[in-house]
Design a protein around this ligand. Sequence first.
Ligand code: PYC
Length: 335
Amino acid sequence: MFQKLKIIDSHTGGEPTRAIIDGIPDLGSGSMAERREILSKQHDWLRRATVLEPRGFEAIVGAALQESTLPNCTAGVIFFNNAGYLNMCVHGIIGLAITLKHMGRIDTGVHRIETPVGIVIVKLNEDDSVSVENVRSYRTEKDVEILVPEFGPIVGDIAWGGNWFFIVDGQGPVVDYANIKELTRFCINAREALSTASITGNDGAAIDHIEIFAPANESIADSRNFVLCPGDEYDRSPCGTGLSARLACLADSGLLRPNQSYLQASIINTLMEGRFRSDGENAVIPTITAKAWLTGECVLAIDPDDPLKHGIDDRSITRFANELKSETAISQQPQ
Ligand code: PYC
């Protein structure tokens, strides 16, 4: 008997979102933070089976659709990727919004969606773009110097935009698509340098997203970025939580006014627009606008006999290696 998972795929500025809309184990009726804990501790197979190869690939962000028990929330969602669980994901919320529209669950207008780090307000616009009023975003440290192995000293800011970011502006490798490998290496080394120096977000949270900014040289936008996500895959979109963190830094430095438009280009030149309102306490409430497109709708099958039914990862590779060793041991036994 196959186990079945119904999914709807979309991309937001090139970054894929895989919404799992049916077949999710019962995670109870607690908050999204509590349900994320249950999902990660008891049913992590769902993440691996849906986003890892052979059904997925490294860049996919999974979105487990939930019913929220909070008043006036249309839905809840738990995001995950190839390495684990995310706090918030703006490109994913935008993908989920057009998925919910496709399912007939929402129409043009304003909707509330519960995430593990709070409620976000989603406006489905007439032109099918989606505006997301994200969680409160702020900078906790400015001009932090770290020594990035192989690259030298780098100065950056630490900011929260729904995930923790180390934000580097105008340093490091050239922010260009041709440079993805070098940018990735730089970001991995920077993340390790932060961890080695015990530099964290609030409450010791790991800074797991590294974001590099450079001018968008074709004047298509105010800047171009490269964002490395946990799991070492780069964001094809301009990364809405990263843009929220960036808006918080710009606002804190007096470089951007409330409601001023900021156009962010991604490493593949796709766009998101950001604006903010002040929350009056050195933090901002960002609104990020972009479009997403549906790319697929299907039922994933999980064959209980498939040795890779829950995806290719370290454990399946080790299991196969052990099986190979024991098979070799048997075949090498004298007859
Ligand atoms: O758009 O916030 C975002 C995001 C986070 C990780 C990948 N995309």
